[in-house]
Design a protein around this ligand. Structure first.
Ligand SMILES: NC(=O)c1ccc[n+]([C@@H]2O[C@H](COP(=O)([O-])OP(=O)(O)OC[C@H]3O[C@@H](n4cnc5c(N)ncnc54)[C@H](OP(=O)(O)O)[C@@H]3O)[C@@H](O)[C@H]2O)c1
Length: 373
């Protein structure tokens, strides 16, 4: 799909949404009491940081296991949402909050339980879903009204994308008119330990030849963790309702060539990007996303990296400059690991690419193939 076509697909939705978002922005509602279910792993801290910066009052509810020392000055309610060990007593009673923000990953029964419990004591339920809910990722320009996976009932162990569909339904059932559901793609930045963006940053910063996939025209989408958090707070403060794709990294679509070249430019153009074609990638059994992080050829799922976030943009979503995302993601990696550790050797992470040794072998094979032609 050409860039022009992509813009055309999204422009109609943009016009329709303009008026609605303008009216909601006229009624900012600041300094709210926010209950965050979770809040201490990855996206949660970005939400907490933004909410504190905006002057809101925060209560955290979690088990106290993940990063228990974060936010020593915030009110912390302890409990457990896992059905088998459930303890929601800290949420019972008649305490009132303005908003609840829930980052729960999977089991929709836990959404129903907390939503039911809080239904008459909060004005709005904000839930973090995912673009995983969309059924057909071969379709270009997926919007919030595109079809979702068809799922009717929860079965323990069901896939992430199926349970997210049911989680959204649980939120809608308990808060039919006053919910916000955000659907982010891959989230990158501070505290991201998937190392998939980091793979590219680390390799390119290190310099030398770097294997780059395809012809550079495949699209790439992600979102900075701060942008999701900022949009959630913005939606809350401007009293938005509904479902929003929160997809970046910028308003315009980005292709892989721009993505890798911007990383290279940011680190002083020390890397030599060697673009290898899809035939070579298939021949050497390099798996998109897994062996080549983030990347997927458009021939596989053209819609995966061309989704529309026009609705969120019209509602006021903004984007962190990509270079700032690069810096915060790599700084976190350098801090957790060390700047000399190759992310490609960490096999506990599923999407962090190949080792440097394997990459150099492949580049040799690519050179030999081209010599032979
Ligand atoms: N990462 C991505 O690329 C990506 C992409 C799209 C969507 N998403 C979605 O974004 C969300 C972000 O999750 P996050 O981990 O960053 O959120 P988070 O709010 O930062 O962390 C998860 C929180 O849940 C709490 N928790 C875990 N088990 C619990 C239990 N049994 N009872 C009560 N609290 C419990 C944890 O604290 P304790 O352990 O102390 O209880 C922690 O505070 C997820 O819904 C994910 O599906 C992520």
């Amino acid at each position: 799909m050409e860039r022009r076509e992509f813009l055309h697909v999204t422009s109609v939705a943009s016009m329709a949404l303009g008026l609605a978002s303008l009216s909601s922005c006229l009624n900012p509602d600041k300094n709210q009491r926010i209950l965050i279910l979770g809040g201490t792993n990855y996206l949660g801290p970005a939400i907490v940081d933004r909410a504190l910066a905006m002057g809101h009052e925060i209560t955290l509810f979690n088990r106290g296991i993940t990063n228990p020392d974060l936010y020593p000055n915030l009110e912390k309610l302890r409990g457990n949402r896992t059905i088998e060990e459930e303890n929601l007593s800290a949420l019972e009673g008649d305490r009132i909050w303005d908003i609840v923000i829930d980052t729960w990953t999977a089991d929709p029964r836990m959404i129903s339980r907390s939503a039911e419990l809080l239904k008459n004591r909060v004005k709005k339920y904000i839930f973090v879903s995912s673009i995983a809910v969309y059924k057909d990722k071969t379709v270009v320009g997926i919007t919030e009204t595109s079809p979702l996976h068809e799922v009717t009932e929860f079965i323990p162990g069901m896939s992430y994308y199926q349970s997210k569909v049911l989680c959204e339904a649980a939120v809608e059932a308990a808060f039919p008119k006053n919910h916000v559901i955000v659907r982010p793609p891959g989230i990158f930045g501070k505290r991201d330990e998937s190392w998939s963006l980091v793979y590219w940053l680390w390799r390119i910063r290190a310099g030398g030849p770097v294997l780059a996939p395809g012809d550079g025209t495949d699209f790439v989408q992600w979102i900075d963790v701060r942008d999701v958090a900022h949009f959630i707070l913005h939606a809350l403060e401007t009293n938005q309702n509904g479902i929003y794709n929160t997809i970046g990294p910028m308003k315009e679509p980005m292709v892989f060539k721009e993505f890798l070249e911007r990383i290279n430019a940011h680190f002083g153009n020390r890397a030599n990007l060697v673009w290898v074609d899809n035939e070579f990638i298939a021949e050497h059994k390099l798996r998109p996303i897994v062996d080549i992080p983030i990347w997927e050829p458009k021939s596989r799922r053209a819609g995966r990296h061309t989704m529309s976030s026009e609705k969120a943009i019209q509602a006021g979503m903004s984007f962190t400059p990509v270079e700032q995302t690069f810096d915060s993601a790599l700084k976190w990696y350098d801090n957790v690991k060390s700047s000399s550790t190759d992310p490609g050797i960490d096999k506990s992470r599923p999407f962090n690419g190949i080792t440097r040794a394997r990459e150099l072998e492949l580049l040799e094979a690519w050179k030999a193939k081209n010599r032979d032609i």
